[in-house]
Write a protein that binds this ligand. Structure first.
Ligand code: SF4
Ligand code: SF4
Length: 484
């Protein structure tokens, strides 16, 4: 059986590579199966840890002054010479593509719209088939720049709203009228036809407002709502962190809202790995246990680039594993000692080390480091006592896990492969497994667009909650930057 391991290698590409003329499908399939089984039937380098999503703080410049910013981004003008230049950014994108040709790229800041070359950066990433979104505070969005972002190929924009009380939001963001200007951006984005999500940074002072902000997000036409849990680093170091009880309550509220908004608004938590435990405790079969297989994605599927080019495992882990001006993304991603250390989750200590949910959750490593001084210490924000579910590690069925490698066991038509490429790379492996299972159960020898559609319809009827996710691919794994 032909294995089309590289999702960018369509049947046509394979035909071209084997020097063959395009033939009517499925004659092409049969021919290519013979030919490619000789020339392509070898597995690519196994990538257990693929960089599915990258958060890139492209500038420190910002027009707000948020109390919790991990970047201390408050530079209001001029050009910061220590930031990567446009050309250097292009080169880094080329290097990222060596690890993952279609990553989810979050360009953020500071305020990314304050970087004059932002449209060039978006265009370069989109031309490379990256799924590129902007993490912005939204206050500078106008019709002209929204149109330009869309034309450059941005898939969407994430905007932070922390409260329905403008005064509270503005106090948290450190600038008057921030709420008014951020919310004005929603109308402009709707008019420009650019998808957006609402993100809320949760703390003790606002967690009771989660349902109101979610309702507002839906009313404004957001495609998703993401709840961010702050880690006390950067300027947020002096903040009072959310208490464990409030944290748990916020997660339970989020689960209730996910069920309520099922099929209407994609709702998720970010940087709260134990959310999977909360979901599992409510419904072991829930689709929401199936984000990246290893819980906290830092260094396993996710990383962050600072304005100066430092690569860190996530925005809240400040330790640089190297600078991209001097080293390649691929080398640092695979070989930097801290990246490797963080991937070795069998070294988790304390409760996280003995917990049934360690594979599914694994705790926030940034929080462990910030509060315990060790990346592998237990996550101090979680009050769960391991043992309630028998003490044995709970794992997911492999076909239900996001972050799977793409492995084709059936031939796919070029159109079906092209449709597959519109799905974020971290979801493709799971989608391929699901669609091929659907095909095999119905005796189909190959996958085409019609079959994909049937399979999707069946999945939507069974799992309504995934519908917005598959409809709008705009959901980032973690922080949208200093302005979260
Ligand atoms: S270590 Fe980073 S990526 Fe992982 S949960 Fe914590 S903040 Fe998020
Ligand atoms: S003890 Fe650790 S691994 Fe278990 S649920 Fe809590 S944070 Fe997750």
């Amino acid at each position: 059986m032909i294995n089309l391991y590289w999702n960018s290698n369509s049947i046509r590409n394979l035909a071209a590579a084997t020097g063959e003329q395009a033939r009517p499908y499925p004659a092409t399939i049969e021919y290519i199966m013979d030919k490619a089984s000789l020339e392509f039937n070898k597995k690519p380098e196994k990538m257990d840890f693929r960089a599915y999503s990258i958060s890139w703080n492209i500038t420190k410049r910002c027009n707000l002054n948020c109390a919790h910013c991990y970047l201390d981004a408050d530079f209001r003008g001029g050009f910061r010479t220590d930031e990567l230049s446009t050309e250097e950014c292009f080169r880094v994108m080329d290097q990222i593509a060596e690890v993952n040709p279609n990553p989810f790229l979050i360009l953020t800041g500071g305020e990314p719209l304050l970087r004059p070359d932002i449209y060039d950066l978006v265009r370069y990433a989109a031309d490379r088939k990256f799924m590129v979104v902007l993490g912005t505070n939204g206050t500078l969005i106008n019709k002209a720049n929204a149109d330009k972002l869309k034309a450059a190929g941005a898939h969407g924009v994430g905007i932070s709203i922390d409260s329905m009380d403008a005064e509270k939001h503005n106090r948290f963001r450190g600038v008057s009228r921030a709420w008014e200007n951020s919310t004005k951006a929603f109308e402009i984005l709707n008019e420009a036809g650019l998808d957006f999500l609402v993100q809320m940074s949760v703390a003790d002072w606002n967690y009771k407002e989660i349902p109101d902000v979610v309702a507002f997000a839906e009313k404004m036409g957001a495609v998703a709502f993401n709840l961010y849990f702050l880690v006390c680093t950067g300027r947020g170091q002096g903040n009072t962190d959310i208490s464990n009880a409030a944290y748990e309550e916020a997660l339970k509220t989020l689960y209730r809202l996910q069920m309520e908004y099922k099929g209407r608004l994609m709702i998720n938590s970010k940087c709260a790995p134990q959310y999977k435990r909360v979901v599992y405790e409510n419904d072991p079969d829930s689709v929401y246990t199936r984000t990246y297989s290893g819980g906290c994605p830092a260094a396993t599927h996710y990383s962050r680039i600072s304005p100066e080019g430092n690569l860190t495992p996530c925005p809240f882990i400040q330790e640089s594993v190297g600078n991209l001006k001097a080293a390649s993304f691929k080398d640092l991603w695979f070989n930097a000692p801290l990246m490797r250390e963080l991937r070795d989750r069998k070294n988790l200590q304390g409760k996280c080390g003995t917990c049934e949910f360690s594979a599914m959750c694994s705790g926030c490593r940034a929080r462990a480091f910030a509060e315990r001084g060790s990346y592998m210490a237990e996550d101090p924000s979680c009050d769960y006592q391991p043992g309630k579910y028998g003490g044995k590690e709970i794992t997911l069925k492999i076909e239900d896990t996001l972050g799977l490698e793409v492995e084709h066991n059936l031939p796919w038509t070029p159109e079906a492969l092209s449709r597959l490429e519109r799905i974020p790379s971290f979801a493709r492996g799971m989608v391929v497994k699901g669609v091929e299972k659907f095909a095999e159960e119905r005796g189909h020898a190959f996958v085409d667009e019609a079959l994909m559609k049937l399979s999707r319809e069946e999945m939507i009827s069974k799992r309504g909650a995934m519908f917005p996710f598959l409809k709008k691919f705009i959901n980032s794994e973690a922080g949208s930057g200093g302005s979260q």
